[in-house]
Design a protein around this ligand. Structure first.
Ligand SMILES: NC(=O)c1ccc[n+]([C@@H]2O[C@H](COP(=O)([O-])OP(=O)(O)OC[C@H]3O[C@@H](n4cnc5c(N)ncnc54)[C@H](O)[C@@H]3O)[C@@H](O)[C@H]2O)c1
Length: 267
């Protein structure tokens, strides 16, 4: 596969677990990467790996759930590149186990509507608004690829048993808002692929499985045993699919949900 030379890629949630490594990968593959995240410019500056590729990455602090923030940042982005080739909607609120949230609060029976609304807002309003604002730029050139990061939990319900400790007690419950929002990411992808197919815009989603990230050993074991490949994902496992969908070599792929989960959803 050719590299991503001459591609301008907008990546939301760029300073998170996946975003940071993905930025490096895309820039090393010669893309120009415009990073959006709610974190401060200082947070961005602290990331040592970015120093090596700084001529191909551009950071804007932006709340991607707010139309006015996106409108403010857009003209600055267009000064860097008139054309946006790829939009990766990656920002989300992911209530992961490693952040050790309160298990009793994440239980469905107790889950506060406040957290439900927050999750839906970050995971879905951002998807809708970024696609609308940046997609309108893409249709001017009748070409573009939108990649929405979904999750296996958009396909299957969370098996709460993987979150138990050695005494069979849940140390965490995957809350109801995250899977609901990820299912909607996949539906929205199909909506937009159908809507903008005639404008030359391809819209696809990727559903990654859980990424290993210093979680408790018992969880890694529980999770791994549910995959066909016997392990959790690494961020790098997503790169090939993202490169394919960013490049012209996927020119006939639209409306798809590509599952990168080591076989988790197969059985
Ligand atoms: N980590 C996993 O195991 C996993 C598995 C499947 C899918 N995913 C999906 O992959 C994507 C990235 O996940 P991650 O693990 O890197 O998450 P992360 O929490 O590490 O990073 C998310 C980033 O989004 C940013 N963000 C949050 N709200 C924002 C807002 N309003 N405006 C701008 N930026 C905002 C955060 O500051 C953060 O840098 C998410 O869509 C997640 O649901 C992750």
């Amino acid at each position: 596969m050719k590299d991503l030379k001459n591609k301008t890629i907008v990546l939301t949630g760029a300073l998170g677990l996946i975003g940071k490594k993905l930025t490096n990968y895309l820039a090393i593959n010669n893309a120009r990467v415009i990073l959006l995240d709610i974190k401060s410019l200082n947070e961005f500056r602290k990331i040592k790996e970015f120093k090596l590729i700084k001529n191909r990455i551009f950071y804007f602090k932006c709340d991607v759930t707010k139309l006015e923030s996106l409108k403010k940042v857009l003209p600055k982005m267009l000064k860097i590149s008139k054309k946006i080739d790829v939009l990766i909607n990656n920002a989300a609120l992911n209530d992961s186990l490693e952040r050790r949230p309160n298990p009793s609060l994440s239980k469905f029976e107790n889950f506060p509507v406040k957290y439900w609304n927050q999750s839906i807002k970050i995971n879905l309003n951002s998807l809708f608004l970024c696609s609308q604002v940046f997609g309108k730029e893409m249709i001017k050139y009748k070409q573009g690829s939108i990649i929405n990061i979904a999750s296996t939990y958009g396909i299957v319900g969370p098996d709460q048993k993987i979150y138990i400790d050695k005494n069979s007690k849940n140390i965490f419950f995957k809350n109801p808002a995250y899977p609901t929002s990820k299912g909607a990411v996949i539906s929205f992808t199909k909506y937009l692929a159908a809507y903008w197919g005639n404008k030359g815009i391809r819209v696809n989603s990727i559903s990654p499985g859980g990424i290993e990230n210093n979680q408790q050993k018992i969880f890694i074991k529980n999770y791994s045993s549910k995959t066909l490949l016997g392990r959790m994902a690494k961020v790098e496992d997503l790169f090939g699919t993202i490169k394919l969908l960013s490049s012209n070599e996927s020119s006939y792929i639209t409306g798809s949900n590509i599952v990168v989960d080591g076989g988790w959803t197969t059985i």
